[in-house]
Design a binder for this molecule. Structure first.
Ligand code: FMN
Length: 175
């Protein structure tokens, strides 16, 4: 088995990812991107990390604005995931679709996300092509819908087996 990028990609396609939208703002400029390279870093204090390509507009605005919201997407958000995964080249404003508000950190928040974690950016560790962005979680909003959008083997999928999972805990705030 070779250790080349093709075999690496083949393996990583099998790692099931929860789909998120990372959003950010700096002044009036707002950006967002679809991301699966996101995970919890620590509970106390609550921190989350995301791996963000340095070439994207989202990285540039994050670096300037030092804010990031991690919006966890649900089964109904596939179109948004495609829209925000298409790169900055899209002609129209990607935020024209979806119900958005502005969070306490200034970044866009998707109102019907399964959960939104509003962060200030604690650290951005630049390593070759990407930055590991560490978010200091300031506010958490949980809507209660437990059905995630997932990405596996190059496709968006729903987890039907989760349809009978009880709703997640009600909205709460960390301060
Ligand atoms: C399912 C999916 C997952 C993605 N995960 C990541 C990720 O974790 N990190 C990343 O840098 N790009 C990821 N991308 C690519 C970005 O979403 C894409 O390049 C984005 O449009 C960049 O937007 P920007 O140029 O406005 O920053 C993913 C795309 C898709 C469709």
């Amino acid at each position: 088995m070779s250790g080349g990028t093709d075999s690496f990609k083949s393996a990583m396609r099998l790692l099931v990812g929860g789909v998120t939208l990372l959003t950010t703002a700096n002044g009036n400029e707002r950006r967002g991107m679809t991301a699966t390279a996101v995970c919890s870093l620590s509970v106390d204090p609550p921190r989350i990390l995301a791996c963000v390509n340095l070439q994207g507009a989202t990285y540039r605005v994050m670096a300037a604005g030092r804010a990031m919201t991690v919006n966890l997407l649900g089964a109904s958000h596939e179109n948004l995931a495609r829209r925000f995964g298409a790169g900055s080249a899209h002609a129209d404003d990607p935020f024209a679709s979806g119900n958005w508000s502005t969070g306490s950190n200034g970044a866009p928040r998707l109102l019907d996300a399964l959960a939104a974690l509003e962060c200030s950016i604690e650290e951005m560790i630049v390593t070759r092509t990407h930055a590991i962005v560490i978010g200091d979680v300031r506010d958490v909003i949980v809507t209660g819908d437990p059905r995630p959008l997932i990405y596996v083997n190059g496709s968006f999928r729903h987890v039907d087996a989760l349809e009978h999972v009880p709703p997640s805990r009600p909205a709460q705030t960390i301060q």
